[in-house]
Design a protein around this ligand. Structure first.
Ligand code: C2E
Ligand code: MG
Ligand code: MG
Ligand code: MG
Length: 277
């Protein structure tokens, strides 16, 4: 339908699209406020060694409780923030908060590492690597205790700038992790072009390994490939003991998922370091 708007202009009116766009504008505006008002916090999901179930690292996951919108899941607001560019500011807050928390856990956390999701726009924003360097310095964190989770998308449309940022991060000594591995583009060439420390095998592959031999074969192949390239392998979304068992047999180093632990509040982490998740 074509609608006459207030100022006398005509535009194509698509109710569904309009609703989505308005929703995004609303979420973006509310998120901008939320950042200032301190409505965001982080939860930490344990990642354990498959062999002894000891805590190796925690993944920082952002949470937003809005007084007006209620709880908004990251899958809903991260894409909106990525589109508007607000993710640069949001991501800086997440990274700062995760580093502050890692330092605050102190000696109780031992060599625990924290992994932080980095959106494509955040990675390529001016000064990103310098910001990482500065955070490590100011909190006195050893670089190898910070892992940055990138998606395949970042590496596939890499330009000269992305290449430089990744080289700079490599030089700083933070670890680089490929999140949701296998769901992006099928080119594997970037696995040799960039120094990638960790492969996180996407949950969609893990879900079926109990029942579907083809999935089992696929995950086995990913694990072998990662091992041969000297990477650490983390299975995401492990929900059953049988999946954990199968992954152990394959030689997958680490497990993350509800069968180990849901994401937890920061103050629950130190106890997990000493007693295991
Ligand atoms: P992700 O980085 O792949 O994080 C894993 C997601 O899977 C998390 O959802 C986690 O709660 C969920 N999960 C973990 N174990 C299981 C399981 O056993 N079963 C199931 N069904 N789910 C499991 P969450 O926290 O809702 O985050 C969703 C996505 O939002 C993340 O996927 C990540 O892409 C993005 N995200 C979250 N926090 C941030 C952030 O601070 N910055 C950026 N850029 N993205 C973030
Ligand atoms: Mg992640
Ligand atoms: Mg993931
Ligand atoms: Mg995901």
């Amino acid at each position: 339908t074509v609608k006459k708007t207030g100022r006398g202009a005509f535009r194509v009116f698509d109710p569904a699209m309009n609703l989505q766009a308005r929703d995004a504008v609303r979420i973006d505006a509310a998120l901008r406020q939320a950042l200032k008002a301190g409505e965001l916090h982080l939860l930490y999901q344990p990642i354990v060694a498959t062999a002894d179930r000891r805590l190796r690292k925690v993944e920082a996951l952002v949470r937003w409780h809005s007084p007006t919108l209620g709880s908004v899941p990251p899958d809903r607001f991260i894409p909106v923030a990525e589109e508007s560019g607000l993710v640069v500011e949001l991501g800086a807050w997440v990274l700062g908060e995760a580093c502050r928390q890692l330092a605050a856990w102190g000696p109780a956390a031992g060599a625990l590492a924290v992994s932080v999701n980095i959106s494509p726009r955040q990675l390529t924003a001016p000064g990103f690597a310098a910001q990482v360097r500065q955070l490590l310095d100011s909190h006195g964190i050893a670089p190898q205790r910070l892992e940055l989770e990138l998606t395949e998308r970042v590496l596939i449309d890499e330009g000269q700038h992305t290449r430089e940022v990744l080289a700079h991060l490599s030089q700083i000594g933070v670890r680089i992790s490929l999140d949701d591995f296998g769901t992006g583009y099928s080119s594997l060439s970037y696995l040799t072009q960039f120094r990638i420390d960790t492969l996180k095998i996407d949950r969609s592959f893990i879900t079926d390994i109990e029942h579907c031999p083809r999935s089992t074969n696929l995950v086995t192949t990913i694990v072998r490939m990662g091992l041969s390239l000297g990477m650490e392998l983390v299975a995401e979304g492990v929900e059953t003991a049988a999946q954990a068992e199968a992954l152990a047999e394959m030689g997958c180093h680490c497990l993350q998922g509800y069968v180990i632990s849901r994401p937890v509040a920061a103050d629950a982490v130190p106890a997990m370091v000493s007693y295991g998740a």
